[in-house]
Structure formats: structure tokens, C-alpha cells
Ligand binder design. Structure first.
Ligand SMILES: [Zn+2]
Length: 138
């Protein structure tokens, strides 16, 4: 089974040391995720690719107890759905990223978390589609 990323340009792929790919404004320094072509703060178009730190801190979280509306959600539904954590992770004091979490229990605001790539679904060609998530460190 081949592994494919859920979308191009979201995280480094393939990589043994995955990083989320954001962008940084050369004019004002703001960092965005996902990457954007124009700065949301100063409207500069001088946005450069900026790989985000692999580790961060959990800023807020909840659990997704039922499948989100589809589309855009394209993951398992019905009996195949498994509840998952979702949260905001602060990375390097630069940016907060909304992400899936590997756990639904034992989460605490402020805990250290790290980026991992996890199976999300199987596509129509039998490929394992991989997405990103954060898991507690330690
Ligand atoms: Zn800017």
C-alpha cells in the first residue's frame, strides 16, 4: 500500500522528520499556517516558505465526537468513525495551528506536543492517505 499526503504543501513529504509548512512575511514577520501568498496583517506579498517547529504547546483542545460535515470532511463516517481530539497548538511562539490530536484523554492545556503523521483514510486507489496530528511528548 502506498502512502500519500492528504494535501500537497501542508507538511514536508516524504520526510523522516516531518514539519508543517507555513509562510513568514518578510516585511512584518508574521507567520501563517497554511502558507499564504499575501500577508494577512500588512498585505505584503513577500511571503516566504517557513517550516514550523516540530514541537509546541497545546493551547486549547476538545474532542470531535461525530463525523464533521462532508464535504469538506472525507474521513471515516458511520460505524467506522472513531472520535478524535482536535486542538490549537502554539508553535515556537509564532503561530497557532488547528490540528487533529492523537489522543482524546489525558490532554492538558500547556502540555508539550509534537508533530506526527497518522493514517487518515484509504482512497479509491487503495493508497493510505496520511494527515498530520500532534501527540503528547513523553
Ligand atoms: Zn506582513
Amino acid at each position: 500500500m502506498a502512502r500519500v499526503p492528504v494535501a500537497e504543501g501542508i507538511f514536508t513529504w516524504p520526510s523522516d522528520d516531518p514539519r508543517l509548512i507555513g509562510s513568514r512575511c518578510a516585511a512584518c514577520g508574521i507567520v501563517t499556517f497554511p502558507a499564504q501568498g499575501a500577508c494577512p496583517r500588512c498585505a505584503s506579498t513577500g511571503m516566504a516558505e517557513h517550516q514550523l517547529p516540530q514541537r509546541g504547546r497545546l493551547w486549547a483542545w476538545t474532542t470531535q465526537e461525530f463525523p464533521p460535515p462532508a464535504p469538506p470532511y472525507a474521513g471515516p463516517a458511520g460505524e467506522a468513525f472513531v472520535p478524535y481530539g482536535v486542538g490549537y497548538v502554539e508553535l515556537g511562539g509564532e503561530v497557532k495551528v488547528e490540528s487533529r490530536l492523537t489522543e482524546t484523554q489525558g490532554l492538558r492545556i500547556g502540555m508539550d506536543v509534537e508533530l506526527v503523521l497518522v493514517p487518515f483514510r484509504t482512497d479509491g486507489e487503495g493508497n493510505e492517505v496520511v494527515t498530520f496530528a500532534f501527540r503528547p511528548v513523553g
